[in-house]
Each structure stands twice: as C-alpha cells, then as structure tokens.
Design a protein around this ligand. Sequence first.
Ligand code: HDD
Length: 677
Amino acid sequence: MAQFRAAPRHDALTTDQGVRVDDTDNALRAGTRGPTLLEDFHNREKITHFDHERIPERVVHARGAGAYGYFENYEPLGEYTCADFLAEAGRRTPVFVRFSTVQGPRGSADTVRDVRGFATKFYTREGNYDLVGNNMPVFFIQDAIKFPDFVHAVKMEPHNEMPTGASAHDTFWDFCSLQPESTHMLMWLMSDRAIPRSFRMMQGFGVHTFRFVTAEGRGTFVKFHWKPKLGVNSLVWDEAQIAAGRDPDFNRRDLWEAIEAGEYPEWELGVQLVPEEDEFSFDFDLLDATKIIPEEQVPVRPIGRLVLNRNPQNFFAETEQVAFHTANVVPGIDFTNDPLLQGRNFSYLDTQLIRLGGPNFSQLPVNRPLADVNHNHRDGFGQQVIHPGTNYFPNSLGGGCPAHAGAGGGAGVFRHYAQRVDGEKIRVRSESFQDHYSQAALFWNSMSDWEQRHIVEAFRFELGKVESVPVRERMVGNLAQVNGELAAQVADGLGLPAPAAAEGITTAASPALSQENLTGTGGIRTRKVAVLAADGTDASQVTALRERLTDQGAIVEVLAAKAGRLRAADGNGLEVDRALPTMASVLYDAVVVPDGKEAVGELSADPAAVRFVEEAYRHGKPLAVFGEGTRLLTEAKLPEDVVLGESAPSYGVFSGNGTAEPADVADALAAALERHR
Ligand code: HDD
C-alpha cells in the first residue's frame, strides 16, 4: 500500500493537471470589484472537487474508527483448515480493523447504547479474508430477508429523523416486540456490553457458524471469538450519556491515543470447533445466528493474537473507504447455510457499489489484496489499471490466460466446500430455529447482581422512551418468557402490572458470559487518572503518586481551573496538563485530590471541581484523597463514612489521611482501577 501514500509536500500548489497556480485566494474577476470569470479554471476545479467530496455513508455502521496491525498465528491448524495464514506458528498477516456503532450516522456520538462492529480485513498471501463481526455473539434476526425491516425500525424514525444514535424509540421496540427471535440479542443490547469503556476492552465475535475446510475437503464447524487483553470493561449508563456530550469521540479518541502512545491494543483469536458429525447434538441449531454455543459446552481454543499498532493517515481514504464483505474468504474458510450469512454474502458487495461508486473499489489502496490480482474484469468508473491484451476466457490469443488455477491442482486455490443439499423450494424457517427464549434466559441467569440491575434499568429507560403503551406491554410480555423477576421489575418501572412468568424457564447459566469473569491481563495500562489541583497543592504527593501509577502504565493528568503552571505548597511550580473546564470526570477512570488547605479551599468553591468528584463517585470510580482533600468530598455531599475513608475499599475511596504514604495510596487506587467497577 506504501506506493499509494502521498508524501507531505513543500512545493508549489498545482491544478489537477499539474499546472502551477499563482493565487488560490482571489478568483479571476473583471476589475477588482467586478464579476468572477468562468474562465478561471482553477477556481472552477477547486469548487467542483469540493462539491463532490462526500460519498454516501454506510447504511448501518456509519460511525467508526479503524487501525492497522497484524495477526499472529500460534500453531499450525492444518488439521482443521488449509488457510495459509493459519498454517504456521508465528506467521504474521497484516490487518485493518474497523470498529463502529450501528444505528447512528457518521457524526453521531460514540458512547451510545448500541452494538459495536468489529470488522477485520486480513491481507493474507492467498487473498483478503474479512471477518465482519460484532462485539455481541448473536443477532436480532435469523434470516437476512428481515434485515431491511430491522434496520428501518432501529434507525431514526422516517418522519422526523429522531433519535440519533439510540434504539430507545417506538419503531425499534415495536419491531422487536413482534419479533421474539430478537429477545436474546436484546438481552445483550440492554447489558453493559452495549456501552464499552473502550474498543480496546470489548470482545468480538464472528457470530455465524462458519466452516474450516482442510486440503482434503473435510469440514469442521467454527465460531470465532476475539478476547481483549485489557479485559471486557464498560461504562455506566449515566456516564455514557454524559460522555456523549463531553466527548462525542470518546471511543475513537481512546483508540487513536493508545496507538499513538505505543500502547498497542491486543486481542486473542479463539475458535470453537464442532466436528461435522456433531451438527445435531445441540438443543439449538448451529445455523441460527440468534444462538451461542456456550463455552462450557465447547471450549474456546486460542489460535492467535491481533495487535493494532498503526493509525491511518487519512480517515477518508482508509477508514471510510475500507470495504468489508463476508464473502471475502480464502481457501480453508467457507460458509454454512445460516440464512443470515447467506444474505450478507449478497449485501456487502452490493452496498459497496453504491457507497464507493462502482465496481473498482477493490483497487482503492486500503482494499487492495497483497495477493496477486489477475482477472478479466475491465472498465467501470475509476478503473486504475491499464490492462493489455485479451479480456475474455477461453482465449488462445492471450495464451489462454488468466488460466483456471484449479487446472494444475495445488494449494492456495479456493474450492467451494462440497456439501450435499436436497430440499424443496419453500419459504419456511426450520423448526429447529423456533426456541427464542432459552438462550435469553441463559444470558440473564449468567449475569451477576449488578449486571442484572443494569439490564433492568436499561429496559426501563428504553421502554420508558416508547410512547406506545401496547408496545411496552407486548415487550414486557416477551420478557416474562425469559425471567419473571426481570419482567416484573421492568413492568414496575413502567407502571405496568407484572405479567405472569412463563413456566419451565431454564435455570441453566454460562459463567463465561458475565463480564465479571472477563478480566484482562493488562493491569491498569492506559487507565486515566485526574489529579485536581490549585495553588497550594501538595506537589510531593502528586509526584509520588504519578510516579507509582505511570510506572504501571496509567496516564496521570493534573487538572486546574486554568492551564499553565500552579504555585505548589512548597513554593515550586506544578505543571497543569488540562484546564478543568475543558474536561469532565467521565473522561477519567479515577480521581485524586491531594492535600493543601488553600488548594482544596479553592477547589471546594469551584462547582466544576465539586461536580467532578460527585460524578466520579456516583459512577463508581476510585477516588484517592489526601488530608484536606476530604473537604472537597464533603462539599460534593458524599456520604460521611465515604469521606472519612471508613468504607474503603468497597466504595473505592482511598484516604491518604494520617500516615498513609502516597505510594501506598497509589497502589490501593491501582488495585481498584484494575478491578474496574
Ligand atoms: Fe452487517 C456493515 C456486522 C448482519 C448488511 N455489518 C456491517 C459492519 C459490521 C457488520 C461490523 C461494518 C463494516 C465496516 O466497518 O465497514 N452485520 C454485521 C453482523 C451481522 C450483520 C455481525 C450479523 C451477524 N449486515 C447484516 C445483514 C445484512 C447486513 C443480515 C444484510 C442483509 N452490514 C450490511 C451492509 C453494511 C454492513 C448494509 C453497511 C456498510 C457495509 O455493509 O459495508 O451491507
């Protein structure tokens, strides 16, 4: 791709034709006060190009952020697949990954409640392989023919184009309440998975059951899982809503800054493998994308790691123009008859034709395979290649080329998996797709107390925004098929009577589904700590604490009412990293208030500082306070036992009062940060 990158230039401005331009500030005119002349080709070219700068945004997943990196394979997988990029231990394959929200337009906020896209393009030696997944392992519908209905329902409503970046509206819940197959996915959407703390801290899933195929043509069913090294962590709902205003680019910025700082995000790729002969040994259908295979039933086997280590240079050229397609597979990876996947295999190529303006989008630098491309496709808008010779097959005039790769046999040739199919042409869904509630219940049963509480609150919020009472009632009725307590609590919040719980609901659970069990190994790396300071702050505490936390990879920033330098208690200067009015507690993971009578007095009189600690506490973030710092907590009306540090660490407030050394307080803070909330 390097050959397509323009180097920064320091020479003269030219037109598209390479003609040097004398002046780009003043249009050619008849007299200094006269009309602009059509003859000014530079002016016309400049404005015309500008007029055509926008392309249609993605119909879903319009808002996203991407990065380059590599996938490194752990061990040869030839036993299951002939995919070349999985053939050797240590083999590295370049990738581009794009994360996204689904509902909102390109300019919408990052921290909305939504599914997150997790799409990976592997530039393998045998062609591009796209794994176009989400951060949730199931989907809203079972058959792709319903996708336009689903998207119409979830997107902004057609009459007033509201709401932006939210599913909390009538048409979405109307559709879902009539569509019980959505119930399992709704449980995920109402869980904290829908408000990730960071793209770097969420799982990814291929969702469908795919097929690995060996060189001999033997198939194995496979589900793909990405597990983040930093653990799976989320925001809390109030925090997410505030962050959407304070920094609409919250997740995008987080990814960008981590990569710029050399804190390369990492995931492990795992697979669940199911032998073909076990296809019917589950109480759900492997072809049904509204179902998971519980990890306790089929363990996830790690097969490699993904590292993102380079930001794009140009958002439009790379992140916007990248085109994913579920049918971009390589030898060794094939499809199943999952009706959702089958429809996707049509949709993605089709959408790029309108979005990227024609059939040559795979020639855009970010989409170009590293593997050789050689075919008879010709012409079309934006053709970049000057092809010599014949453009048809068979031919004798071109030496019979490009020839069938299969003719010589050999590796690296895609041959469709040979599956026997037999059936009548019918528009009927299989009986085995009909159980819509058992896995929704499984998910609910697997949640910790706080996760269940958040799910109830999310349903109350979303359905509370629905105007239509029958829609609310119908949805609560569906929830009664999942869990009686869940339905009753949601109903209560909506002022509806509790529906009767269904009988015989499963009590099975899958501990692997709870975020509580999805901790990472990254410690507190890249976690952000705000130190609230003013003139008179005890700088020695700041220094000691900062040292201890940054040693462990955290980012510590001093915030004060104004940018510049403070006068610390010892009379020396203390650098301010950020002006308090430009930031908010939702942009940090923890807050520190150092000692200093004068400083804390000033902070206590500043509503922004008071709100900062009040909000951080309410969002369950660790607070560390030293000496006089407790005054700010009192001002923020935190409970007295919290202010006195008596309730630590359950409240996550660590008091540096008395003899506690800043380094010890930093350690307590770090331990709380690592646990997340
Ligand atoms: Fe899709 C984009 C993921 C079902 C049709 N989808 C898109 C992206 C992701 C997913 C991550 C953004 C890719 C990027 O960053 O450019 N979609 C999924 C998953 C699904 C799913 C995990 C279910 C398992 N999608 C789905 C169906 C259809 C589509 C059933 C159509 C029948 N999806 C599209 C699309 C998009 C898209 C309209 C919009 C932009 C694009 O493809 O390139 O074709």
